[in-house]
Design a binder for this molecule. Sequence first.
Ligand code: KG4
Ligand code: ZN
Length: 344
Amino acid sequence: MNLVLGIESSCDETAVALVQSDRIILAQRIASQDDQHAPYGGVVPEIAARAHAQRLAPMIEAVLAEGNVTLGDCDAIAATAGPGLIGGVMVGLVSAKALAMASDKPLLAINHLEGHALSPRLADPALEFPYLLLLVSGGHCQILSVEGVGQYRRLATTIDDALGEAYDKTAKILGLGFPGGPAVEKLAREGDPNAVPLPRPLLKSKEPHFSFAGLKSAVLRAHDSGDHTSADIAASFQQAAVECLIDRLQVALGRSGPARNLVVAGGVAANMNIRTALETFAQKNGMGFSAPPLQLCTDNAAMIAWAGCERLEMGQNDPLDFVARPRWPLDPEAEPARGAGVKA
Ligand code: KG4
Ligand code: ZN
């Protein structure tokens, strides 16, 4: 059995975890920087990098102490090496390199998206490859066929905003603060999902890609019109987003061929409304449904340590000169979505 120390620092969460290959999370800590970024309404890269640099070393010490292990007991050191805000990624990756060098243990440079993609397997030992994955976070919105560790076929991506980004912008428009996803979900419970006519971008289009920029603009217009309550706008936004997800998944399913399981991961996977809709969709299509527990959905280090465990068991590791990557697609062969901007 292997024990992996994982570090996550690609956005605004500093996180450290110790995970065993038998899926036991020995110890973990997450320090959110929400309060530092809130005044700006979004993550400020420079502030994020400085906060990671300040917090990481004491958190690593604390997690090792909590797990009652030393660095020498670990079989490998894993850290997010991209994609993400490069200053923060470098803080985590360089720390992992130093620990790997000092303890003479292998380094695993983990793709953050691979961390999300494999996280459902940490929670669910029965979840086998291949599975259809909806990866929805603040920076990404993709449908992938996960065929094995390191084997990802991207079926769809967003041509503009990620879904988490659309949630955050909706929250900003409605004055709900940052990060917005949980706040929009909460307010939506009090609203009428059919009250505000909002568009369903790309609904019924042949390619399974996503688009959320038009929905966000429509939310802004609905808010500015003064004709609707914030709760009705939040509920109608969420309803439109869910309908888009299901419609796009149906098209992707046609492309991927039959899949035994539908899996959701990433920060937006914490949304109960979306989870319920996905579960119903999976049942209708004769698929099992798997969603990680909420604390494994948003950014965390257990998923990075777990991806490390999976890769270590396949005999993989990375050189100490591995360079941090601001962009790092899971499926480098995937063609860009038509109409897409520069986002990965
Ligand atoms: O995976 P994550 O923690 O960070 C990225 O890699 O982006 O995802 C963060 C995103 C944010 O946009 C946040 O608003 C969204 O996930 N989110 C939610 C919920 N919880 C977090 N969106 C909708 N409903 C939620 N309950
Ligand atoms: Zn993430």
